[in-house]
Design a protein around this ligand. Structure first.
Ligand code: SF4
Length: 475
């Protein structure tokens, strides 16, 4: 048995075998300026995509199993050490890509960055060819996929975020081994598995689509949770004379715990179901919970309307010709503060990022090491606490009764449909739109038409723009 530096090249008439040890392979970089095309078509039934881009040929990562090795033989090099040490850099790749994307014959199919090399080999840190090509894809809203083993992709998170907003983007990390010793032996110069997992976490938390599906749970008992928050405030006011706004300090933690319990007892089982059955099961559980909470409220507080009447309830702030009720103004300020707090929580807190990553793609989040069950639990508990806080704000402006649950669930659904599922900023804007539309219609046509206007908006948006005003169309 003797060491072979590169196996014989089938495209060459002659091959060289070293007598004794071959010289040590050194990194050599060749800049190719004569490349004529950069988008390559493949019709292999084994490959799940038709078009690829490779700004490099040969790959420094040097995985022993790499199926791209024989492609190096077309260049007259060997598939062995030549593949990971003689690297060809297509320096005019961005110019070629722009020209090809401008061709009328280009139909905008997905292009995958990968095939004859990892698009993020270490040389990319200097050449930035993959990054330039991604920026061009962004300009053209070109759908793309990226297959990589490299944490260098984190450098381009800004471009990837923009791409994911405007077109289809899928990032695949190949991590065949988690054991660093095995990985080092088989993929000698690729980043260690931990580095790839960290890169994936960063991408997932940045809200990128990494493939797979999304969390599908709809809580139709949301209105009943708002009702409970309202009754909690009512009780604290009636029994302890606690100011309704101050009662938020009790209602929010209490409903947070309630949400965690409800998730553990009811919804935790739903999310374990297959994705397709999740939405149906969550509807069934939600309706059951709504009925149970409605019956409980009837038993505890009867069907009578209850209201929280404070000394400052009738106070009005005059701004020019406008008379603004002070409690509505304070409620609005608290609602803004809660939304801003939620935004900060999701943007800054480690578990907030985990919740966003899980909502975007629970399977990819799971692969990055995120405890998806805990993220679900936290999301559900925070959602319930926000419903409780909303109940407090409702109780100071409206009367509450066991029947208000359905009305507020419908309002919440209208706002969510108008905004588009998962759009936080959109939800905020849609809430304002629905609120203003309802107030104007009540003033113009009378109070009973308030709900009708909301439902009309709901139907029009569902028909004209099913993904909502701020949501992205599903692909
Ligand atoms: S990273 Fe990919 S392209 Fe590079 S050697 Fe490994 S398998 Fe081949």
């Amino acid at each position: 048995m003797h060491y072979v530096e590169n196996p014989p090249n089938p495209w060459l008439k002659h091959s060289v075998e070293w007598l004794g040890e071959p010289p040590e392979a050194k990194l050599e970089v060749f800049e190719e300026t004569q490349t004529r095309k950069i988008i390559t078509h493949n019709d292999s039934p084994d490959v799940g995509f038709d078009y690829t881009i490779n700004c490099y040929r040969g790959c420094i990562h040097g995985c022993t199993y790499c199926f791209s090795r024989p492609t190096h033989e077309y260049l007259g090099y060997g598939a062995g050490t030549d593949f990971d040490r003689k690297i060809v850099v297509k320096v005019n790749a961005p110019t070629l890509l722009r020209n090809e994307l401008m061709q009328p014959s280009w139909k905008g199919d997905e292009i995958v960055f990968s095939f004859t090399s990892d698009p993020y080999i270490p040389l990319e840190a200097n050449y930035k060819l993959t990054r330039q090509c991604l920026e061009i894809c962004l300009e053209f809203r070109q759908p793309i996929g990226i297959i990589t083993k490299s944490a260098l992709i984190r450098r381009d998170i800004d471009v990837l975020q923009e791409l994911s907003k405007h077109t289809h983007l899928a990032v695949f990390f190949t991590i065949p081994f988690t054991d660093r010793e095995v990985a080092r032996a088989v993929e000698p110069y690729a980043p260690l598995p931990e580095a790839r997992f960290h890169a994936m976490t960063d991408l997932a938390a940045a809200g990128l689509s990494l493939i797979f599906g999304v969390m599908k749970v709809l809580n139709v008992a949301h209105g009943e949770l708002i009702m409970l928050g309202g009754y909690g405030t009512y009780w604290l006011f009636a029994l302890l004379r606690m100011d309704p706004f101050a009662s938020l300090l009790v209602v929010i933690p209490a409903t947070l715990v309630l949400g965690a319990v409800l998730y553990a007892v009811l919804f935790g089982f739903v999310v374990r179901a297959h994705e397709e059955t999740r939405i149906k099961n969550s509807l069934l559980v939600g309706f059951g919970l709504a009925l149970a909470l409605h019956a409980l409220a009837l038993r505890l507080w009867t069907a009578d309307d209850r209201s929280v009447t404070t000394a400052y309830g009738g106070a009005v702030l005059h701004v020019g010709p406008l008379a603004i009720p002070v409690i509505r103004l304070v409620s609005l300020a608290i609602a803004f503060a809660l939304i801003a707090g939620l935004h900060l929580l999701l943007a800054r807190w480690r578990w907030g990022k985990a919740i966003r990553a899980t909502a975007e793609d629970w399977q990819a989040a799971l692969l990055t090491g995120i405890d998806v069950r805990r993220a679900y639990l936290l999301a559900f508990a925070i959602g319930t606490a926000l419903a409780g806080a909303a109940g407090t704000l409702v109780s100071v402006g409206y009367s509450i009764s066991p029947a208000i649950g359905l009305e507020w669930t419908l309002k919440a659904l209208i706002v969510v449909v108008l905004a588009g599922l998962g759009s936080m900023l959109g939800t905020f804007a849609a809430g304002l739109v629905v609120g203003v539309a309802e107030a104007l219609s009540a003033a113009a046509f009378g109070g009973p038409y308030r709900e009708v206007v909301g439902l009309v908006i709901f139907l029009v948006v569902l028909v004209a723009r099913p993904q909502g005003l701020f949501g992205r169309p599903s692909r």
